[in-house]
Design a protein around this ligand. Structure first.
Ligand code: TRP
Ligand code: SF4
Length: 405
């Protein structure tokens, strides 16, 4: 029986797209670093997902994967706190993907908005493949195999979490009904004691009859507090609130990553496709060079022309990196032509270089030592596989595929 508290489990993955930039750092990675202290975290390289769109030329995937892991480590993701691994090294994901594919209606996958959107966007590629249609379901397997309750993702991925919830619900509905479920659940209720049993029944009725979501939350919280019931009973009672069977695969929730406030060199969102990035591990000289050559307010042709920070992408960087005094200095100096653009850029360069110092320091340890990175990943894969096997064991049993004598 599972011992997982899925509300405490976080899982997220990233496709290996090459070296990461400061947008990833400020958006995703700082969030991961924070989460690793609060939850049991699994972070992985989604190399199979990369293959769905790059099957015609997979040659870069492996190198990108290693670089990406070094970026994670440089950013402060700590292999002592979080489990880091590579999707294709944990083949259990594939088995769950296959099993889930049996119960997933084609229409659900065809209706996921990213399916058509990406096909439109990547017109030069033939994405009318079986693997690409299954992209969100593979993602569902990634999540459900760890019974992760929380999944940090960007807004573009929310529909994938939604289909994951639907697939989990369908799975539990189909296979969570062990014989005698209701009787066992009833027996489990009485084990909570009179007062709690009564409260549980009331909350369950309020949820089932009135759709009261607060009652659902309260009933779940009530179960979490119970000391006297076994884990199996707890899972039964989680499922019983909603009327179904046992919850074998809990429904995850998206933890929406705050929209990255990190602008790129041209003022648009920092993104590889806009060619406006500063690498997470960019060398100081190169950072300085990139900032110095940044476009500024076009009205400032000469030093004596006043400018307007709101029309200048450098100002966007001051908003991220500068304190209020420096910001006031920029506004005043720019509008009065009291400072030059190079003066103005200096504190930004300094702040970025300063921010990257600890990243470089951590990265250096790994850059010269691929064995070390490999062993971190090796260990992560083993841990991930242990967790994945536990779920798969229950899934096989629920589907009548145990084959044990
Ligand atoms: N599809 C995600 C992306 O492109 C990557 C991913 C794959 C993922 N599997 C996942 C994210 C599981 C969260 C959970 O960003
Ligand atoms: Fe931009 Fe600063 Fe130059 Fe003003 S002074 S135009 S904010 S770089």
């Amino acid at each position: 029986m599972s011992t997982v508290d899925s509300q405490q489990r976080v899982l997220s993955g990233m496709r290996p797209t090459g070296k990461l930039h400061l947008g990833h750092y400020h958006g995703v990675l700082k969030n991961w670093v924070k989460l690793q202290h609060e939850f049991e975290c699994f972070f992985f390289v989604a190399d199979w997902h990369a293959l769905t769109t790059n099957y015609d030329d997979p040659s870069g995937i492996e190198a990108s994967s290693w670089e990406m892991v070094i970026d994670w480590l440089a950013a402060g993701v700590n292999p002592g706190s979080a489990t880091l691994f590579i999707q294709s090294r944990v083949p259990e994901h594939a088995e769950l993907h296959l099993l889930l594919s049996m119960i997933t209606p084609l229409g659900w996958l065809e209706r996921v908005p990213t399916y058509k959107d990406q096909q439109e966007k990547l017109r030069e590629k033939d994405l009318a493949t079986y693997g690409f249609l299954g992209y969100p379901l593979l993602q569902s397997a990634d999540i459900l195999i760890y019974r992760a309750g929380r999944v940090p993702v960007g807004a573009d991925q929310v529909s994938h979490i939604e289909i994951t919830r639907e697939v989990a619900r369908r799975f539990n509905h189909l296979y969570g009904r062990e014989p005698g479920f209701e009787e066992q659940a009833e027996a489990a209720i009485t084990k909570m004691g009179k007062k709690n049993a009564k409260l549980y029944r009331t909350l369950k009725r309020r949820y089932q009859e009135e759709g009261d979501l607060e009652a659902l939350e309260r009933a779940r919280a009530l179960l979490k507090e119970q000391q006297n019931i076994s884990l199996g009973d707890r899972e039964r009672l989680y499922g019983f609130i909603e009327g179904g069977g046992k919850v074998i695969l809990p429904e995850p929730q998206a933890l929406l990553t705050p929209e990255a406030k990190m602008p790129g060199l041209d003022g648009q969102k920092m993104s590889k496709s806009y060619n406006n990035t500063i690498g997470l591990r960019e060398e100081p000289d190169s950072v300085a060079q990139k900032i110095r050559t940044m476009q500024t307010d076009p009205a400032r042709v000469r030093l004596t022309d006043p400018g307007e920070p709101e029309k200048c992408p450098v100002w966007g960087l001051h908003k991220v990196y500068s304190d209020t005094d420096t910001q006031a200095w920029v506004q005043q100096g720019c509008r009065s032509a009291g400072i030059g653009c190079l003066d103005c850029k200096k504190p930004v360069i300094d702040a970025i270089v300063e921010e990257q110092k600890p990243l470089h320091a951590r990265a250096r340890e790994y850059e010269g030592n691929p064995e070390l990175v490999a062993s971190i990943i090796e260990e992560g894969c083993e841990q991930a596989r242990d967790a994945a096997r536990e779920t798969l064991e229950e899934v096989r049993q629920a589907m009548g595929l145990r084959f044990r004598r």
